[in-house]
Design a protein around this ligand. Sequence first.
Ligand code: SIN
Length: 506
Amino acid sequence: MKAEAFDYLVVGSGLAGLTFAIRASEHGRVAVLTKASITDSNTSWAQGGIAAAVGESDDWQLHEEDTLQAGGGVCDPAAVRKLVQEAPGAIEWLRSQGARFDSFLGREAGHSRNRIVHHADRTGWEIERAVSGAVRANPNIIVYENAFVTKLLLSDGRVCGLTSQIGEAGLRAFSARAVLLATGGAGKIYARTTNPRIATADGIGLAERVGATIRDMEFMQFHPTVLYHPQIGGFLITEALRGAGATLRNHRGQRFMYDYDPRLELAPRDVVARAIEAEIKHLATWCVYLDATHLDPDGLREEFPTIWSHLRAGGIEMEKEWIPVTPAQHYSCGGVETDLDGRSSVPGLYASGEVASSGVHGANRLASNSLLEAIVFSTAAAEAVRQEPQSDFEDVDYSQPKNVPENEAIRLRHALQNCMSQNLGVFRSNLGIAQADAFVSRLLAEHAELPTAPFSAYASEAYNLLVAARYVVQGARSRKTNVGLHYNADLVTLSRETEVEPAGPA
Ligand code: SIN
């Protein structure tokens, strides 16, 4: 059967995918394939904002310094320079697509200046609204929703198309000069994550099957302050709230960050997440608390309307009560290795956004650098793909990768999530990593032996999650020093030597 021909194919419809689509549509026909609806993306859920040195007392060198410092010496300096130098232009481009931002800059951990361009606490939603609107109005872009990409197609070692299961239409094939993966994160390999349900590492699974290089997956970022509530799972409490002055307290009411880092609540995310986990362990409690009760209630309601209303729905009045929080999985810093133009190691295959590892995050992503990365590297990729040769690929072998029965996929997922949460969280150990290694290998072997079943996106995701988890485990196993987000307690003893009374207000 014939493949439908486009110039460029995009898998995923968050900011990375849609930026690429808009830019590439200036010189070619683009198809965006997204497995749910166009706005179902990690981008839509982003609260904080986009970092850019646009303030009066700021410049790109300071943004660069902060990014490199958070990255723990593992960043690619050239990628970081590109990111920070192009940040102000990225904001202008978003405005040109119709995105609206507040008139003041927010502050987040690890930043030496106020530089977070935002739209209250629903920046991602505002950006997705603007760019998805621009995409829908663009005659050179076709969007396929409910389109689950099952396989990348290779011809003479080049990626030249893909197959996708599209809603009621069934399995279809597409050819193109280049394919961009923009599938977002891998949060669903963990039981507790801030990611939406679509974050099932699909790009990692697709890239692995064509032999692309995948790196640094052990650098899994845990956001320090995720709501701990029996009915509301994985709801992020933006770091911008700490930037606005909210403080962290333990079960005794002590501001424990005094015991861990002089930057207190605005230390980088890895530091704060470890401090919280250590405090929870030390006091044998379930959570710590975020205290915003000293902040102006009207200001809270105006600046953090999403958080305000979610907490209200859960029975918490943030202007009067402390918010129970714990760390939860938030962002994959590693991914498909790319160069400065978003090229992977396989010709014809590009990647951008959370699925990619462009080198800007190193061992720990600086807050609000992710939406920025998506724009900067998708813009570069959209220019670079012009050089890709025309695809002469027409006829496709429609073989479908293996699908397992849904009930087995549920079992595999839950087993994986428990194992990863227990062993590959904020703190790791030699034993935990080794056990996870054996367990994930066993699950992959079980997956291979299961009977084949009719297509189900949910079941197909199971394989992608297992593959991504294997990269996390193997990365953790081979990394022999603690850096950034990788913290193996057997490599060093955590110091909280004495029971220190808080120096700040209790
Ligand atoms: C947040 O709002 O705290 C998250 C922002 C980010 O992950 O960069």
